[in-house]
Design a binder for this molecule. Sequence first.
Ligand code: PXG
Length: 284
Amino acid sequence: MKIWLNDRLVEEADAKVSVFDHGLLYGDGVFEGIRVYSGRIFEFDAHLDRLYRSAKAIRLEIPMSREKLVEATEKTVAANGISDGYIRLVVTRGVGTLGLNPFVCKNAQLFIIADKIQLYPQELYEKGLRVISASTIRNHPQSLPPQIKSLNYLNNILAKIEAVDANAPEAIMYNLQGYVAEATGDNVFIVAGGVIYTPPVQAGSLEGITRDVVIKLAKAEKLKAAERNLTRFDLYAADEMFLTGTAAEVIGVVNIDGRIIGSGKPGPMTTLLRKKFYEYAHSK
Ligand code: PXG
């Protein structure tokens, strides 16, 4: 496998960063996870916008122009012969001294991996997921804003550990007020009374690109979609529930904390949006 490292493609064995990189020492950096469908980089502009916004929020300068970054990403995808897969674009703060000050790090490191993607098994898309409510509260936006896609995922990992311990593939995270924030690596939607609801990002979620696409596709189908704060009860009482994300795409949830959602199978709107998403992803 060839990896893009800073200014060129290198062999995987030579793609190394320092133990003094603040990305490793402090989780100081940002990243994007992007799909490649039928040889096309999915919603690349939206992902780049989010990467630059995340970097700006943590005062990290991305060491490459946007045009060069597009070129480097396309070269990495081509060099690895990926037509359907996954890109991980990472920018770390770079090498510094032991100590938090990010401004001692003079050379941000940028690397790009293009690989096949590990998916949920097909069976889970047909049957739907069982999820749990995590007791780990999502980072407060005044603490580490969840809108920053940073290299520090420990908050999500703590919730993921709860899911794994409960033998569930995903956990729902709530904010300090008790409203739904997001899943550990996906956004949350429900259907109630014929309307599709998802929490506003201000409730503590990443502004998911799949989320935005799904809202657009729902509106194109003349379905009603709205942002609204959701409680744990709203999830328990929902007619349908689904998650969206780059890796999962659109996947139904049929059980939360032992409560069966709807008929216990992915619902009709979930199934329709999954189909529309597939068509959109493979047509663009
Ligand atoms: N919330 C969080 C916390 C995420 O990490 C999403 C929502 C969904 O956003 P997108 O833009 O993907 O629709 C994410 C995305 C991985 C992996 O390797 C994680 C994500 C995306 C791709 C791969 O775990 N998270």
